[in-house]
Design a protein around this ligand. Structure first.
Ligand code: C5P
Length: 247
């Protein structure tokens, strides 16, 4: 794989829609760029695993991040993880706030079920603190602010339970990279390439800055899905991730 192709696999295009035809069309449009796909609660609630399989079929070589953020008792999360492996995700996630037993159960279920199905074991990562929560929100749910300390605490917990990484803001990437070492995946949304609309994201970072801060994978939605040519937009971001500005 070339540098550019391997960087493209670390770019997850957020397909946030309830429209199955639109999701299929986006997956097909992005596939030639070699970028990966992210499907989340919005699409999954509308179309379930059958819909995910249909979208994936439009980009068979692309990796899939199933962003369902499981958070429940360990037994239920383990069962949900097993069921989710029917669509062979490359990566899936849970909430770190579910606690150590839940985190370990998710990881074990993913490993066992992948072996049973004869597929690659998916990466299991955790959400630490939703970036929509500020210190006042944390206090409101009885957690001790500052949010940055809670992010570090939950990232360390996630790693100690054997999971593969966390979702985090680009602004947390440097500190988590130092805390968790080089092999821990830091999956970062809130990315905007040069000149792109910020939309409702409050604290954005460019692709190269995020990679240099320690991100291993980026999640980008509207700057790609809203582009006239999504494959070109994805390629340009992969180039930016590599530090080569697209002309
Ligand atoms: O369109 P945009 O690039 O803002 O999409 C970002 C994607 O990343 C969306 O799917 C959004 O739900 C997700 N996300 C985020 N911020 C987080 C966690 C996930 O924007 N903290």
């Amino acid at each position: 794989m070339t540098d550019a192709a391997s960087m493209a696999t670390r770019l997850y295009v957020a397909i946030d829609t309830q429209d199955l035809a639109r999701a299929e069309q986006l997956a097909a449009a992005i596939a030639p760029a070699g970028a990966s796909l992210k499907l989340g609660l919005e699409f999954f609630s509308a179309h379930g695993p059958a819909g995910v399989a249909k979208v994936k079929a439009k980009a068979p070589a692309s990796r899939l991040f199933l962003d369902l953020k499981f958070h429940d008792i360990p037994n239920t999360v383990a069962s949900a993880v097993r069921a989710a492996l029917a669509v062979a995700p490359y990566m899936l996630n849970v909430h770190a706030a579910g606690g150590p037993a839940m985190l370990r159960a998710a990881k074990e279920a993913a490993d066992e079920e992948a072996a049973k199905r004869g597929i690659a074991r998916p990466l299991v990562i955790a959400v630490t603190v939703l970036t929509s929560l500020d210190d006042a929100d944390l206090a409101a749910v009885g957690q001790t602010p500052p949010a940055a300390d809670q992010v570090k605490r939950l990232a360390a917990l996630t790693q100690s339970c054997g999971l593969d990484g966390v979702v985090c803001s680009a602004h947390e990437a440097a500190i988590l990279r130092a805390l968790c070492g080089p092999d821990f995946r830091l999956v970062v949304p809130g990315i905007r390439p040069k000149g792109a609309d910020v939309g409702d994201q409050k604290r954005v970072m460019g692709p190269l800055d995020a990679i240099q801060a320690g991100a291993s994978d980026l999640v980008v939605g509207r700057p790609i899905t809203g582009a006239d040519n999504p494959a070109d937009a994805a390629r340009a971001i992969a180039e930016e991730m590599l530090g080569k500005m697209a002309s």
